[in-house]
Write a protein that binds this ligand. Structure first.
Ligand code: XMP
Length: 513
């Protein structure tokens, strides 16, 4: 295993990601949990020091244990990791706003002289991403310089004998286009074969879940989304019937969704799933409400109440399973108030663990979305399920601007089903991040056959995105849009007008509310 010691960089997870892409198994541990005993137990084959926001000059500056330099394994220090390495091994770090560098820089390397750089530099100047205030001003004894940038005379340094490498830039980020090569060289020279796979991850995760849970009961709010589904499948593999899933059906799901999700998990995967059909409760409380935030708050609050009600019926539940992914985890280390771990409050069950006195099982905390999909496939979830577009916790409520009525929900479900069917038939589903229909709170006049209609209008939405933070509308062909509009109007009573939403995000959001 490779050990990444986290000094609180925002991009530490990307180091892990790059290493997993190289099929190397690694674990990230915050610096304050890594001591001599930890190293003895972990027995890393190589160590990476992440970057971090601190300065080696600040009081209580984070440091690895000195022992890490004595266990005879290769070490790669990134940015702050470089500075702390130099500081501890006898070099010098200086402050200086003049030498601070943030953003793109170009390094001139001496590639041929260092194993770490083999095959990396295509040209004599390679783009890298810098982000540092302090800088190394004198390298430690035994080190040599193998690359410089205008503001970082020690951009790449190494002690070849001890296999200690230290770079000022961030090779893990996108803006260091060829940075992956550096990691590849590092793991090869550390002796990793690169034979770690998702199936190995699965086995390791199963063992870890068993250790954590023991013979206790686990509950899980299954939403039918990819993350909670993969988490549930994995935990089920680990502890079988000790896992009970609660599928909260708020009556705001898409056509056939509840049956499909419950059917798949109960019948296909043999999980214990409680289908909590609370449609009446949710729709009752939403009656007459048209303000988006009020609607969201009602749904969020009821969700927690309902989940708790069902969970209370499960004897001895001690753990709550969540499909938290790496990007959801802000596991950065805080330097002002001492080391702490902050986790973004997640979806609908954010406050539950404390309220119910539950401990968390989060087996996907180290993974990115596409890795979760790969793990889902490994666990036997059908591809069509794993590749599903995201669906928001508040469901169709936020696709039904204004007051929610059963009539509107029914119409929306039908229109959405036709739209998605069209997208699938045209082979576009996987090209689109998210597609759905919204029903507008307006009726318009139309003519069908010889008669006048006065029905609802709907809006089609389809966006491309990487992470949902920004998005662009999908450029459907006019033929596709025309055909889809015709189908919806012909097949869905209650709709006589179809529009296409071409707003990007920002300034729009993906959902309508
Ligand atoms: P917006 O509308 O903010 O959506 O551009 C970005 C992404 O987040 C999803 N979304 C939610 N997901 N609970 C969720 O689980 C929510 O309350 C929620 N609101 C929005 C949305 O579908 C899109 O993928």
């Amino acid at each position: 295993r490779l050990l990444i010691i986290d000094f609180g960089s925002q991009v530490t997870q990307l180091i892990a990601r790059r290493l997993r892409e190289l099929h190397v198994f690694c674990e990230i541990h915050p610096f304050n949990t890594v001591d001599d005993a930890f190293l003895d137990e972990f027995k890393p084959k190589a160590v990476v020091f992440s970057g971090g926001p601190a300065s080696v000059f600040s009081e209580g500056a984070p440091r690895p244990p000195a022992k890490v330099f004595e266990i005879g394994v290769p070490i790669l220090g990134i940015c702050y990791g470089q500075q702390v390495m130099m500081d501890m091994l006898g070099g010098k770090v200086e402050r200086g706003h003049k030498t601070a560098e943030f953003g793109r820089a170009y390094v001139t390397p001496e590639a041929e002289k260092l194993d770490l750089l083999q095959g990396w530099f295509a040209t004599d100047k390679e783009q890298v991403w810098m982000s540092h205030g302090d800088h190394v001003s004198k390298i430690a004894p035994g080190f040599k310089v193998y690359g410089t940038s205008p503001n970082a005379p020690f951009a790449i340094t190494a002690d070849k004998d001890r296999h200690f490498y230290a770079v000022q830039f961030h090779p893990e980020v996108h803006h260091t286009p060829n940075g992956a090569k550096l990691y590849e060289n590092f793991v090869r020279l550390a002796g990793f074969k690169g034979d770690w796979t998702m199936s190995a991850y699965r086995e390791e995760a199963v063992t870890a879940i068993r250790e954590q849970v023991g013979d206790k009961q686990v509950i899980c709010a299954l939403s039918g989304g990819v993350d909670s589904s993969v988490a549930a499948a994995l935990i089920h593999e680990a502890v079988g019937d000790q896992l009970t899933c609660v599928f909260v059906d708020h009556g705001l799901l898409r056509k056939n969704e509840a049956e499909e999700v419950v059917g798949m998990f109960c019948d296909h995967m043999n999980l214990h799933v409680i289908h909590a059909d609370e449609t009446e409760l949710f729709l009752g409380k939403l009656e007459g409400q048209s303000d988006p935030e009020t609607k969201r708050k009602i749904i969020g609050g009821l969700f927690i109440d309902v989940f708790q009600k069902y969970a209370d019926q499960i004897d001895g539940a001690e753990f709550l399973a969540q499909g938290t992914l790496y990007p959801d985890v802000i596991e950065s280390v805080s330097f002002s108030g001492g080391p702490s771990v902050t986790i973004k409050s997640h979806h609908n069950v954010g406050g539950l663990p404390e309220k119910m006195g539950l401990k968390l099982v989060e087996p996907l905390r180290e993974l990115f979305k596409d890795e979760v999909r790969a793990l889902g496939a490994e666990l036997g979830l059908p591809p069509s399920f794993i590749g599903r577009h995201p669906f928001p916790g508040p469901g169709l409520a936020i696709r039904c601007p204004g007051e929610i009525t059963r009539e509107k929900l029914d119409i929306l479900r039908e229109a959405d089903a036709v739209y998605i069917d069209q997208i699938r038939k045209h082979g576009l589903y996987d090209e689109i991040w998210q597609a759905f229909c919204a029903i507008l709170p307006v009726r318009t006049v139309g003519v069908m056959g010889d008669g006048r209609t006065y029905d609802f209008a709907c809006a089609l939405r389809a966006v491309t995105s990487v992470d949902g933070m920004t998005a662009d509308y999908y450029p459907f062909s006019h033929e596709f849009l025309g055909e889809t509009a015709t189908r919806i109007i012909n097949e869905v009573p209650g709709i006589n007008r179809v529009t296409y939403d071409i707003t990007s995000k920002p300034p729009g959001t993906i959902e309508w509310e």
